[in-house]
Design a binder for this molecule. Structure first.
Ligand code: ACO
Length: 339
C-alpha cells in the first residue's frame, strides 16, 4: 500500500464484517480421557470446555487464516484487492518468518496489501483492531483485515494434562473500513496493556533467540508452559479492571454495554469477571464449550457466532476483553456496523 498521512479528511473507522474458519475434527473430552489422565467431569467443572477443533496434520496456521480471511471478505461483499493492510495476530505462526500475514495475503490475492503479524497472544485480536483503527482514521489505509489465527494443538505438551485440555485451533477475523460520513468513530476506545515481569508465567522457552531450536534442548521446553493458578489470578483481575478503566475514560457504565464478548479461556474466569462487573449473563456471549481457548481467534470467533445466532445485531455496542501471554490484556468497546 502507498499512503499519505493527513489526507484522510473526516474519516472514521467502522467494524464492517466478521468471518471465521474452524477445522473439521472435533476432539471431545471423552476423546481426551483416552489420551491423558483426566475426566470429562474435571474439564467441564474446572474450565467449561466440552470439545475443541484440531487442525489436520497438513494444515498450518496460514491455512486456517486464509479460509477465515475469505469468509470475512465474502460477508463484507469485498474482494481481496480492496484490502490495504492484512494484520494477523498470532503466537503460533507457521514459521518465525515469513509472517502468516504475508502468506495469507498472497494466497487470497491481496497483492497490493501491506501484511504483518502481531504477537500479543490471546489479547492479539484487540491489539490488531487498535492498529486497524489507527491506520484507517489516520488516513494511511481505507480497508484493514484483521485475522486472529492460532494452531495451539501443535504447541501443547501431550504429557501436561493441565494445559493439553485447554486449547483448540481456529481462525477468525474482522474487516475495518473507512467511512467519510462525518460520524463518530465506530470504535469508542481501547485499553491495552502488558506486564513483561510475568512473562515466564506463560511461555515456550525454546525456539527464539534466547534458546534457538538449533541448540540442544529438553523436549518439554519446546511446548507451552503455564503457571495456571497465576494466570488465573491475573486474568480475573485484568478482565475486570481493564473494562472499568475503559468505561471510566469513556464516561460510560456497564449499562452502556449491549453485549460483552470476553476471551474464551475458562468459564470460571469469565463468570468471576462478569459477576464483579455486574453484567447480567444474558448480555454475555460465549462459545468456549465448543472450541476451548483459541487464543487470538477466540474473540472474533465468538463475535461471528453471536452474529450467526442473531445475538449480535447491527448498531450494538460490544465490549471485548481479553488477556494472554506477555502477560498482556486488552479491552475495547465497539459499535457493530455491518456493511
Ligand atoms: N484432569 C484432571 N486433573 C487435573 C488436570 C486434568 N486435565 N489438570 C490438572 N489436574 C489436577 C492437578 O494435578 C491438581 O492435582 P493435585 O491437587 O493432586 O496436585 C488439581 O487438578 C488442581 O490443579 P490446579 O492447577 O490447582 O487446577 P485449577 O483449578 O487451577 O485449574 C487450570 C487449572 C484450568 C489450568 C486453571 O488454573 C486455569 O484455567 N488457569 C488459567 C489458564 C488460562 O486461562 N490460560 C490462558 C492462556 S491465554 C494465552 O495467551 C495462551
Amino acid at each position: 500500500m502507498i499512503a499519505v498521512p493527513g489526507s484522510a479528511g473526516t474519516r472514521r473507522a467502522r467494524l464492517a464484517a466478521l468471518g471465521y474458519y474452524v477445522p473439521e475434527h472435533r476432539l471431545t473430552n471423552s476423546d481426551l480421557e483416552k489420551l491423558v489422565d483426566t475426566t470429562d467431569d474435571w474439564i467441564v467443572s474446572r474450565t467449561g470446555i466440552r470439545e475443541r477443533r484440531i487442525a489436520a496434520p497438513d494444515e498450518a496456521t496460514s491455512d486456517l487464516a486464509i479460509k477465515a480471511a475469505e469468509d470475512v471478505l465474502a460477508n463484507a461483499g469485498r474482494s481481496a484487492q480492496d484490502i490495504d493492510v492484512l494484520i494477523v495476530p498470532t503466537c503460533t505462526p507457521d514459521h518465525l518468518f515469513p509472517s502468516v500475514a504475508a502468506l495469507t495475503a498472497d494466497a487470497i490475492g491481496a497483492r497490493g496489501a501491506a501484511a504483518f503479524d502481531i504477537q500479543a497472544a490471546c489479547s492479539g485480536f484487540i491489539y490488531g483492531l487498535a492498529q486497524a483503527v489507527a491506520l484507517v482514521e489516520s488516513g494511511l489505509a481505507t480497508s484493514v483485515l484483521v485475522v486472529g489465527a492460532e494452531l495451539f494443538s501443535r504447541i501443547v505438551n501431550p504429557g501436561d494434562r493441565s494445559t493439553f485440555i485447554l486449547f483448540g485451533d481456529a481462525a477468525a477475523g474482522a474487516l475495518v473500513v473507512a467511512d467519510d460520513d462525518g460520524g463518530p468513530s465506530g470504535f469508542f476506545g481501547f485499553e491495552l496493556g502488558a506486564d513483561g515481569s510475568k512473562g515466564d508465567q506463560l511461555q515456550i522457552p525454546v525456539g527464539g533467540t534466547r534458546h534457538p531450536a538449533s541448540l540442544a534442548f529438553d523436549q518439554a521446553d519446546a511446548y507451552l508452559q503455564m503457571n495456571g493458578r497465576e494466570v488465573f489470578k491475573f486474568a480475573t483481575r485484568v478482565m475486570e479492571e481493564s473494562v472499568l478503566r475503559l468505561l471510566e475514560r469513556l464516561e460510560m457504565t456497564v449499562d452502556d454495554i449491549d453485549l460483552m464478548v470476553p476471551h474464551q479461556a475458562n468459564q470460571r474466569i469469565i463468570d468471576h469477571a462478569i459477576g464483579r462487573l455486574g453484567i447480567p449473563p444474558e448480555r454475555v456471549f460465549g462459545n468456549l464449550e465448543h472450541y476451548g481457548n483459541t487464543s487470538a481467534a477466540s474473540i472474533p470467533l465468538a463475535l461471528a457466532e453471536a452474529r450467526d445466532a442473531g445475538v449480535l445485531t447491527s448498531g450494538m455496542r460490544v465490549m471485548m476483553v481479553g488477556f494472554g501471554a506477555g502477560l498482556t490484556w486488552a479491552a475495547s468497546l465497539v459499535r457493530y456496523e455491518p456493511t
